[in-house]
Design a protein around this ligand. Structure first.
Ligand code: GLU
Length: 522
């Protein structure tokens, strides 16, 4: 039995070691809300010197997607949220994949039948479907619960002999929880405060299925107990399951070591009501998944924050502030700072609206903080893909010069491609506005002046250029504008003399000459 060493946690110990788990079901890519759940679990564990466990809840074989577990692990690694225990990470409560623990659960389910907290149900899926559609046609909802259970086919409504006969004959059965009648179940949620549910409205959930697999509810509670989980931090969509989970702890006699619960608020759509969905992302052009995902069935590709060029630090930071705040104006927080400042009592109860512009803003802040050398290293592969032959020194210079114009590494190309390839066409509007009959004469003279410059540095070139303009009595601004067209192909870009310096003397002069040949005189 895998009752691991931490199960020694009990009232007799003054301080329990904090143990939290992130327990995704591998049914597809992880939504950013799931990633935030992982992050808050991680931060809580680190802050409290505890353990962060990854448990894969793959008991629902009908929804299982093979690639999803790898995707989850890769997403966690990308964000730097490395589990202390989990599949592939080892740990004292292994295995951490529920499908590999399936023998464990049957005994627990039977134990509940014995103690009267659960019962065998023999109703076939067809029969239940029939009851559902009958209720539907009458405008009602069918529920297997305290009001209907005695009219259905189960070990409460059938005689003991009949039940034994059916089991003996190998008839398939499920095990259902016998929801107590009219009991108030109260729990102190660490985010929401006291929450109470009355069991009258709750149904008899299946705990163990006829395929020999537990359902989420049973496996989740049994594993949280066996893995000595002290705090359950999960999404708000699990709040309706809370009374059943609390009652399961009661039924097993584990209430003393029951974890404390926290249900995180939803991440809401940028506009309108409801939970942020993949459709919102598709419509408004932002990812809702940490990494890109290729649907194994349809081949459809969904974008991911990583592939869209977000830095993991920025992604983590923006996630953390969706529903939590440090209580100060500080918005840029590293993983270390988040860890130091995190507490569940600063998690808000209401949903937080996702703002895609703010997400870009976070990436921008991290990009601006990065030294040009690091940005250059990230830009090099992109230049390589474009067959650009250049030097790292030039890439560093370019990054230094144009990073203020960029939110993402890919912006560097859009903002600075002319540093790497000479313009082959020239912006027509800019040419029409700036190119004057006297321009060829002025630029020919400038090319000549530049050829004679010995120290090719922006401040030196600038002084020489200005003196020359004064000497000639030419309009400084006009000539600068036409020179810019020659070098970058239009009127964009940073300081012109820095552009000259980075391009180098030869290239600057060559571009002037080439433009003079290509741009017709007005
Ligand atoms: N397997 C559940 C999920 O997919 C876990 C819920 C919980 O944390 O209890 O989110």
């Amino acid at each position: 039995m895998v009752l691991c060493i931490f199960a020694a946690n009990s009232k007799t110990m003054t301080q329990k070691r904090v143990r939290v788990r992130f327990a995704p079901s591998p049914t597809g890519p992880l939504h950013m809300g799931g990633m935030r759940t992982a992050l808050f679990n991680y931060l809580f564990a680190r802050k409290n010197g505890g353990d962060f466990i990854l448990r894969i809840e793959d008991t629902d074989q009908t929804r299982y997607v093979h690639q999803a577990e790898d995707y989850i692990v890769e997403s966690l690694k990308w964000c730097g949220l490395i589990p202390d225990e989990g599949p592939g990470f080892g740990g004292p409560c292994a295995p951490y994949r529920q499908s590999e623990r399936k023998e464990i659960y049957a005994d627990y389910a039977r134990q509940l039948v014995k103690s009267g907290w659960a019962y065998y149900s023999f109703d076939t899926p067809e029969e239940l479907d029939r009851l559902r559609s009958e209720a539907e046609s009458a405008g009602a909802l069918f529920s297997y619960d305290q009001h209907t259970r005695m009219k259905l086919c189960n070990s409460l409504s059938l005689s003991r002999e009949e039940v034994n006969r059916r089991i003996g004959a190998g008839e398939p059965y499920a095990i259902r929880f016998k929801m107590p009648e009219n009991v108030d179940v109260t729990n102190e949620d660490l985010i929401r405060g006291s929450v109470t549910f009355n069991t009258r409205e709750l149904d008899d959930k299946v705990l163990f299925k006829s395929d020999g697999m537990p359902t989420y509810h049973l496996a989740n509670v049994v594993d949280d107990h066996l893995m000595a989980i002290t705090h359950v931090i999960r999404g708000e969509e699990w709040l309706p399951s809370l009374p059943l989970h609390v009652l399961l702890y009661r039924a097993f006699g584990w209430e003393d070591t029951m974890p404390e619960f926290s249900h995180l608020p939803l991440i809401l759509k940028p506009h309108g009501k409801g939970k942020l969905s993949k459709r919102d992302g598709d419509q408004m052009g932002f990812p809702v998944f940490p990494l890109a995902w290729k649907d194994p069935e349809t081949g459809e590709i969904s974008r991911g924050y990583r592939e869209d060029g977000y830095f993991p630090e920025a992604f983590i930071n923006l996630l953390a502030l969706l529903g939590w705040n440090p209580g100060t104006e500080q918005e840029i927080l590293s993983l270390e700072e988040l860890t130091a400042q995190f507490s569940l009592d600063r998690v808000v109860k209401s949903g937080s609206r996702f703002d895609p512009e703010k997400a870009r803003w976070f990436n921008r802040q991290y990009l601006q903080q990065k030294p040009a050398q690091e940005l250059a290293r990230l830009l090099v592969p992109l230049l390589y893909e474009k067959n650009i032959d250049t030097t790292l020194a030039r890439v560093v210079d370019v990054c230094e010069e144009i990073k203020v114009r960029c939110d993402f590494i890919s912006d560097f190309w859009e903002q600075g491609h002319y540093f790497f390839t000479a313009p082959s066409t020239y912006d027509e509007k800019a040419v029409a506005k700036r190119w004057k009959p006297e321009t060829p004469e002025e630029l020919t003279a400038i090319a000549c002046l530049f050829e004679s410059v010995e120290t090719w540095e922006a401040p030196v070139v600038k002084v020489l250029f200005s003196d020359f303009m004064n000497e000639k009595g030419w309009n400084f601004g006009n000539v600068m504008n036409t020179l810019r067209i020659c070098l970058v192909g239009g009127n964009q870009g940073p300081d012109l003399f820095r552009i000259c310096e980075i391009l180098g003397k030869q290239e600057t002069v060559a571009r002037i000459k080439s433009a003079l040949l290509k741009i017709p005189n007005p």
